[in-house]
Design a binder for this molecule. Structure first.
Ligand code: ADP
Ligand code: MG
Length: 458
């Protein structure tokens, strides 16, 4: 079994035992980067994921891998895969330009493909216009992306693509990049998270110049998931300058977001107005025909035919997320290859039962905030609503109150009510305390940022 097959099969198992939200958040962009003897190293996109996997999911991962290898695997480690910039400043040699490094673009959905991402450009050759299915829902974004790829720097600048999770934003950004690389342009693709990490790293290590060089010496800058930049003032500032510099010299900027700019909280207004100056194209959930067309394309790519009724079934149970459709396909393929299940509608329904019955993506309500914070601090939801004033509970409770106020604009009496009927003055006090502390306490600020990312990313 290759490491890729092993990880696909493990993801398939893990997905069955975790909530959809947890699965996507923690296992997105992971891959086995080393499988040697009794040891497996799992590549993850950032330290936060590393810590979380070690803390929360290590046992489950180890157990699953052991089951799949007849107890052959004894050790599992986690390793953050570094961005091009960090590699450069740390002096880690880059692979020679033509050799791309096998790495982490293994989303649960993308898994059965060999995912190779260039560490130099951040581009994965798998995502191209040729493999993008156009239909109702994504035609506008697709057309805008094509126009930008044909005339970078002049058609629409910046181009902002927004739409829900798993609807093909990254695919479009990457398609633009891949096409322009062919045309000899210098392209750089990063997520805003990587951009932020690079910036922080640059400030810490006095490498501001190198940072500028990396990000300004390009013809095309693709920034994925800009929403993560919200609240990070220094990073927004750095982005603003990079943005201006590139735009003034007619270099193309393409940005994606999972919400419209007006809904990205704590986005500097000058940045927001810049985004509005260009072209904004949204991707809305795809219609049934488009979903079926995508499924058929993916099956062709994998050379794995499935009966039409099964394809229709998949197109019916998964409506809002192409990545999930791919995940379901991967699971079917892995189960077929590893466990030899047959490909009838009946047996496939059984495999996919957890998916079909899963609740729709949660929208943010007070309960979501309470659950997310409870999970983050590893405390019980009931205890948070309870009477105890222990510090391990009081602190998360205050954060919950603050977030309800900030994110939901809830009234103080309503906030008190949500947390076991506390007085509105308690809620007021908590909100102003956290708002003050956050200015001085970078750890707190970071915690809240992480919690927000979780909130909006489930
Ligand atoms: P997002 O960035 O919006 O969360 P992605 O671009 O990562 O979504 O898409 C999720 C998966 O679905 C990817 O593997 C992508 O190739 C696939 N996908 C999404 N939309 C399409 C489409 N229109 N045609 C083909 N594949 C698609
Ligand atoms: Mg994406």
């Amino acid at each position: 079994m290759t490491s890729e097959q092993l990880w696909n099969a493990a993801l398939g198992e893990l997905e069955l035992n975790l909530s959809k939200a947890n699965f996507t958040t923690w296992f997105k962009n992971t891959a086995i980067v080393l499988y040697e003897g009794h040891k497996v190293v799992i590549g993850v996109p950032n330290t936060f994921t590393k810590v979380w996997l070690e803390k929360k999911y290590h046992q489950a991962i180890l157990k699953t891998l052991q089951q799949l290898t007849d107890r052959n695997i004894k050790e599992v480690h986690y390793q953050v895969e570094q961005s091009p910039f960090v590699r450069k400043t740390l002096g880690i040699p880059e692979p020679t330009p033509d050799i791309t490094q096998k790495t982490v673009v293994l989303t649960p959905g993308a898994s059965s493909h060999t995912a190779t991402t260039s560490t130099r450009t951040g581009l994965n050759p798998r995502y191209t216009f040729e493999t993008y299915v156009v239909g109702k829902g994504n035609e506008l974004a697709h057309a805008a992306a094509l126009a930008v790829a044909a005339k970078p720097g002049s058609a629409y600048n910046p181009l902002l693509i927004y739409g829900g999770v798993g609807l093909g934003k990254t695919h479009l950004l990457q398609s633009i990049g891949n096409r322009l690389i062919q045309a000899g342009k210098r392209v750089l693709y990063v997520t805003s998270e990587t951009f932020a990490n690079d910036f922080i790293h640059a400030v810490k290590s006095g490498e501001a110049r190198k940072f500028q060089e990396t990000y300004r010496n390009v013809d095309v800058l693709l920034i994925d998931d800009i929403q993560f930049i919200s609240g990070k003032e220094g990073t927004q500032e750095a982005f603003f300058h990079t943005f201006n510099e590139l735009q003034q010299s007619n270099k193309q900027i393409v940005i994606s977001s999972d919400r419209p700019p007006s809904a990205i909280g704590a986005l500097e207004s000058r940045l927001r107005s810049r985004l509005h100056q260009g072209m904004i194209a949204d991707i809305s959930p795809l219609d049934f025909e488009t979903r079926i067309a995508i499924l058929n394309t993916k099956l062709q790519e994998r050379q794995f035919p499935l009966p039409e009724e099964v394809v229709h079934y998949l197109g019916t149970i998964i409506q809002n997320n192409v990545r999930e459709m791919e995940g379901a396909l991967n699971k079917i393929i892995a189960m077929h290859q590893l466990k030899n299940i047959d490909l009838t509608l009946e047996s496939i329904k059984r495999i996919l039962a957890p998916l079909a019955n899963a609740p729709a993506r949660r929208s943010i309500v007070p309960r979501t905030i309470i659950e997310t914070v409870a999970e983050f601090f590893d405390v019980k939801v009931e205890d948070l609503a309870g009477k105890s004033r222990e510090k391990r509970l009081a602190h998360p409770r205050q954060i919950i109150m603050y977030l309800m106020r900030e994110e939901l604009k809830a009234s103080f009496p309503a906030i008190g009510h949500e947390l076991g009927g506390r007085d509105h003055t308690t809620a007021m006090h908590a909100c102003s305390k956290i708002a003050e502390d956050i200015e001085l306490d970078t750890k707190l600020k970071q915690d809240i940022q992480y919690i927000k990312e979780r909130l909006y990313n489930q």
